[in-house]
Design a protein around this ligand. Structure first.
Ligand code: PMP
Ligand code: GLU
Length: 403
């Protein structure tokens, strides 16, 4: 009798999909914590502050007013109008409400755009390091990821020459974030103009500009690549409330896009989520039209912590840093420790180093490999100064055991 091999019910799509490394490390940290270990979690990128009071009040009001029904799929019209005004106020960009699609977090906004534009085999260019989920979403769309290396000396920013060399007739998208997750790097207006001039020569290439950290900048201000009129009709701006307003759990992101792409994303989420939560949408209007004082107060805290973390990292042998100008991450080069051992465990790669740190000193950080870079690790400094001091003390001690 022929014995049939047991096969899985799962699709190749999900089997081949990489797990989110940021969420995985955060889950491992949570598990260890539940076992009673004193874990410091520097892996997940989310503000450790509460949502500002006026936004919470707007949500309570929305519940009381009975905002408990489906909303228009792309979001309430008055919310989309508030987003249009915000884009004018903060970025001097002109859009109409039908170019705005509100989604369940910037993560879904990105997925909508990538799945709506990329055909199997089409190329998507990303500077390394890129945010984890970009690569996974391109894989789901069966696109081909084209990685462009950058250097720590250049603060991990892509040059116009490298961009030009990466573009082919199959290039569909270019995806990047500024301020960048995982490096905290911030592109200046001049740097963006130089990239825009390259895009001007390649009319088939669309650009996803992830601006979710726009309010968290320390030197210089955030600039959008959509400001260059000669390419604006090929730029999709992605933004959201998670970072600037400490609203990760509320789940609201949005795009400002060429009309054709906006319509496609509306259709896409009409089949997947029917749009995001009504209460969150009402609260978002308060966030986007209200005071930015709480946001600036958070930014000030992040700035102080950045200095603290850089000072402590610079005091660890073999760790190479640079000064990130935005977001709340630093992406130090730790390749000095690769191949070393504490007598029991050999650190073959940066993944091993992250697991070693988690087990040895109970500090959770994320492997650079998940962002396309196998020499670095990502630390989020969205944690209290006390936690950061203790975490860096432990990391220093654990690394010192490696030889
Ligand atoms: N883009 C970047 C660069 C991010 O770091 C994140 C992480 N939150 C997102 C998009 C997704 O944000 P959210 O889905 O919480 O709006
Ligand atoms: N964006 C955050 C991070 O990079 C949150 C986790 C996630 O959404 O993957 O850590």
């Amino acid at each position: 009798m022929q014995v049939l091999e047991k096969t899985t019910v799962l699709s190749n799509r999900i089997i081949n999909l990489a797990e989110s490394a940021t969420l995985k490390m955060a889950a491992l940290a949570r598990q260890l914590k539940q076992q009673g270990k004193d874990v410091i979690n520097l892996s997940i990128g989310e503000p450790d502050f509460g949502t500002p009071e006026h936004i919470k009040e707007a949500a309570i009001q929305a519940i009381k007013e009975g905002h408990s029904h489906y909303t228009p799929v792309p979001g309430y019209l008055d919310l989309r109008q508030a987003i249009v005004q915000k884009l004018k106020r903060d970025n001097n960009l002109d859009y109409t409400p039908n170019q705005i699609i509100v989604s369940t977090g910037a993560k879904q906004s990105l997925a909508n755009v990538i799945l709506s534009t990329v055909n199997p085999g089409e190329e998507v260019i990303m500077p390394i390091p890129y945010w984890v989920s970009y690569a996974a979403q391109v894989e789901l769309a069966e696109g081909v990821l084209i990685e462009v290396p950058t250097s720590l000396e250049n603060k991990f920013k892509i040059t116009p020459e490298d961009l030009e060399a990466a573009i082919t007739s199959k290039t569909k998208l270019f995806v990047f974030s500024s301020p960048c997750n995982p490096t905290g790097s911030l592109y200046t207006k001049e740097e963006l103009r130089a990239l825009a001039e390259v895009f001007a020569r390649h009319e088939q290439v669309y650009i996803i500009s992830d601006e979710i950290y726009e309010h968290i900048t320390f030197e210089g201000k955030h600039e959008s690549i959509a400001q260059f009129d000669f390419i604006k009709d090929r730029v999709v701006v992605v933004n959201g409330l998670s970072k600037g307003f400490a609203m990760t759990g509320w789940r609201l992101g949005y795009i400002a896009a060429p009309l054709e792409i906006a319509k496609a994303c509306d259709k896409m989420q009409g089949q997947f989520t029917s749009g995001t939560c009504a209460i969150t949408q009402r609260a978002a209007i308060a966030a986007l039209t209200g005071t930015l004082e709480p946001t600036y107060a958070m930014r000030e805290q992040f700035k102080q912590r950045r200095k603290l973390v850089l000072d402590l990292l610079n005091d660890i042998q073999g760790v190479q840093t640079y000064t990130p100008n935005g977001a709340f991450y630093v992406f130090p080069d730790v390749s000095y420790y690769l191949g070393k051992s504490d007598g029991n465990t050999t650190i073959k790669n940066v993944d091993d180093l992250c697991i070693y740190l988690l087990n040895d000193c109970h500090v959770s950080v994320v492997t650079g490999a998940a962002f396309g870079n196998d020499q670095c690790i990502r630390l989020s400094y969205a944690a209290s100064s006390e936690q950061l001091i203790e975490a860096l003390r432990r990391i220093k001690e654990s690394l010192a055991k490696l030889s």
